[in-house]
Design a protein around this ligand. Structure first.
Ligand code: MG
Length: 289
């Protein structure tokens, strides 16, 4: 009698359990990532990476369409720095004192400048990073690209906000400045383009609100759960719980780095890409994994 009962409900239970498992676990086979070695003009091997069939940093919009442009509404960032929530770790509030929360990559005081209550990137001063380290967290950061704009493409207002010192949310002047879609403002660099382009003009303050869950690695150093990002740019959703398919580091013109095992916490870093991008009102709230 028991066996008969078991027969009718068993397949349904297996299906339901499978669905629950799939929902709870990261499907490591998606997106489909393929790499190819090609020779450059000097005969040197260059890695080309394709994510779901699209070449990383593909410039042809017919192959990697540009996100639509939207005009963002107003939030605190447009009028003046907003106020952090009471439970936030404030990393920069416009004061000289809060500059001490940041160092260069060697742990020395940063050479970035305090200008009108903003932290300004200084060419050749290198990346800066928070003294305090974080894993999964919510980050608020306000930034402004130089006005008048200088340069174009990746050379205009380039910087970046790095989670755990390694996963970059791109900062770029993407206001009427075209570059490859997976490298424009708000892109998870080389890995995921923003849903829309919500960039404000050069010189205007903009905000990122980032909800980040760190990746998990097993004892062998293999990634078993990848990082996820939800990002709002000027209050507009640009990444909706996106699973980061690998690292965001530069690995040649058409490839990005892979996951590499790292500690459970790392700093928030800001990129010196040679452009005097400004930052203000930077705060973090730690989250459960
Ligand atoms: Mg950058």
């Amino acid at each position: 009698m028991h066996t008969t009962n078991l027969r009718w409900w068993y397949p349904a239970a297996v299906l339901a359990a499978g669905a629950l498992w799939a929902e709870a676990h990261d499907d490591l086979s998606k997106p489909e990532i393929r790499t190819e070695i090609r020779k450059d003009e000097k005969g040197k091997d260059v890695v080309y990476m394709f994510i779901d069939g699209i070449k990383v940093h593909e410039r042809d919009p017919a192959k990697q369409p540009h996100p639509p442009v939207v005009t963002p509404g107003t939030d605190g960032a447009a009028e003046g720095p907003g106020l952090p929530p009471s439970d936030a770790v404030v990393l920069f509030d416009g004061s000289a004192e809060s500059m001490k929360n940041w160092t260069d990559t060697m742990g020395n005081p940063t050479k970035w400048k305090l200008v009108d209550g903003a932290l300004e990137a200084v060419k050749k001063a290198g990346y800066i990073q928070s003294r305090q380290e974080f894993g999964s967290c919510q980050v608020h950061v306000e930034w402004a690209t130089p006005k008048p704009p200088k340069g174009n493409d990746q050379g205009r207002g380039n910087s970046g906000v790095f989670l755990m010192g390694r996963y970059e949310v791109q900062v770029l002047d993407s206001y009427e400045n075209t570059t490859y879609a997976d490298g424009q403002a708000g892109a998870l660099y080389g890995r995921a383009k923003p849903l829309v382009n919500a960039c404000r003009p050069p010189g205007e303050w903009q905000s990122f609100d980032i909800i980040f869950h760190r990746p998990q690695f097993d004892e062998k150093g293999e990634v078993v759960e990848r990082a996820t990002f939800t990002v709002l740019h000027n209050g507009v959703l640009i990444h909706d719980h996106v699973i980061l398919s690998g690292g965001t580091g530069w690995r040649g013109p058409h490839a990005a780095t892979e996951y590499e095992a790292h500690p459970d916490k790392g700093p928030i870093s800001l990129q010196d890409h040679g452009n005097p991008v400004r930052y203000r009102n930077i705060w973090v709230r730690e989250l459960e994994d």
